[in-house]
Design a protein around this ligand. Structure first.
Ligand code: BGC
Length: 444
């Protein structure tokens, strides 16, 4: 397999996110984000790590973007930190922050790389979180102001846009389970946040469409094939519900189908109490591409003690299935099947894999970072994607997660997903064997 098998227009890139790489978290006029405050106070991040310095991309962006080029990619995906532009979320603009993203974009263009901008990758301004964040009624107006600003400011140079990164990821982990910022819990908070996020996703896309000539607009969904543990009726139901939440909940409103609430009392109540049908039209948008981000499948079993879903994950290690250092099952066939599941909606015209990658322990051998497991992972997942493409699925790009080892949210700096190693003490970058593998793969 070589990259040319995917066609000459296929986009190959790496994906990153502001809070995970930038650092300079309280410098150059940036306001705090929920990840700055959550990492300080919650005690929920491994080893008490904080994103304050991260990979120091803020100062090293030139060197890092040059690496993207050296490795042979054509797309650099990065996100804008909302509180670097609007320190308080809305109102006064931080000019230094605005200039920083111009510099990043200009550097990409100088090297003939396509800049792909994510507008929201989880780092909400803390000032807005104090007002309720994604659960607040005002969030849609704040978000729209922010999107309009970015579209007007950068739209002449940036054509590839992703509105929101993994709506299910941050609304479930941050507002229902409390393990991510802002650390809120409860199904009520989740529903409030989810409704506002689904609206923001389409509103943001419509603003981009109006402001940016020639924009290619996508949004990025997390997805996982859901496999029932047994064929028993309770396991099948648990799997079906998990699928509705994890794969369909944010996708279907975009496609004009509304939230998938049918035959599930808790969701039906949410739909009624929030009159979600009223927003059906507003949540819809004809995206140029649907971004999918896949890391693992889930095997699901019924469990009466788990609220709402009554479903429980049977972990890969307990099933003796191959898994990464995150405990996530390695299963390229499931990647193929989830691509097919998303592609089966007639409204989905174009799929881009906007994240995929793995954390494995890296080993230093003969002065090289030997990460054969990561290379094997990429090979298998790319082969699965090629199979889907050859079946006729319109897949137009693939972005590896991620360029550098970085601040991996609640896992802190321990979980290394990079194809380039980062020494967080010296900020020295070392290309891993997987990085060299990519370079070779992309050259043919
Ligand atoms: C997120 C990334 C994250 C990656 C690995 C995705 O869900 O978008 O920010 O680092 O998964 O956990």
């Amino acid at each position: 397999m070589q990259s040319s098998h995917f066609g000459k227009d296929f986009l190959w890139g790496v994906a990153t996110a502001a809070a995970q790489i930038e650092g300079a978290a309280n410098a150059y006029g940036k306001g705090p984000s929920i990840w700055d405050t959550f990492s300080k106070r919650s005690g929920k991040i491994k080893k008490g790590h904080q994103p304050t310095e991260a990979c120091d991309f803020y100062h090293r962006y030139k060197e890092d973007i040059a690496l993207v080029k050296t490795l042979g990619f054509t797309v650099f995906r990065f996100s804008i930190s909302w509180s670097r532009i609007f320190p308080l979320g809305d109102g006064a603009v931080n000019k230094e922050g605005v200039a920083f993203y111009h510099n990043v974009i200009d550097e990409c263009l100088k090297l003939d790389l396509i800049p792909m901008v994510t507008l929201y990758h989880w780092d909400l301004p803390e000032a807005l979180s104090k007002e309720g964040g994604w659960t607040a009624f005002g969030i849609n107006a704040w978000f729209n102001d922010y999107v309009s600003f970015c579209a007007k400011e950068y739209g002449a140079k940036v054509k590839q846009w992703i509105v929101i990164n993994e709506p299910f990821g941050f609304t479930s982990l941050g507002y229902m389970l409390g393990v991510h910022a802002p650390g809120q819990t409860g199904v009520h908070n989740f529903f409030e946040a989810a409704l506002h996020t689904a609206i923001a996703q389409a509103d943001g896309a419509k603003i981009l469409r109006g402001e940016v000539k020639g924009a290619v607009i996508g949004t990025a969904f997390s997805c996982s094939e859901i496999v029932p543990y047994t064929q028993s009726a309770p396991d099948l139901l648990a799997a079906k519900r998990t699928d509705a939440l994890m794969n369909r909940f944010f996708l279907e409103p975009v496609l004009g189908l509304g939230f998938p609430t049918a035959n599930w009392e808790v969701l039906e109540k949410f739909a009624i109490s929030h009159s979600t049908w009223r927003y059906q039209e507003r949540m819809k948008f004809d995206f140029d591409f649907i971004g999918i981000q896949n890391y693992f499948p889930l095997v699901i079993r019924y469990n009466a003690f788990i609220p709402v879903v009554q479903a429980w994950e049977v972990k890969a290690k307990n099933r003796r299935a191959p898994h990464t250092a995150m405990g996530w099952e390695v299963n390229a066939d499931s990647f193929y099947r989830i691509i097919r599941q998303f592609a089966a909606y007639p409204q989905v015209k174009n799929i881009m894999v906007t994240e995929n990658g793995a954390y494995f322990q890296d080993h230093l051998v003969d002065g090289k970072i030997n990460d054969q497991a990561r290379i094997d992972y990429f090979k298998a997942y790319l082969a699965a994607m090629l199979k889907a493409k050859n079946d006729g699925v319109n897949i137009t790009g693939y972005l590896a997660w991620t360029l550098l080892d970085n601040f991996e949210w609640a896992e802190g700096y321990q979980a290394r997903f990079g194809i380039v190693y980062n020494d967080f003490k010296t900020q020295q970058r070392t290309i891993k064997q997987s990085g060299y593998w990519w370079q070779e793969f992309l050259s043919r």
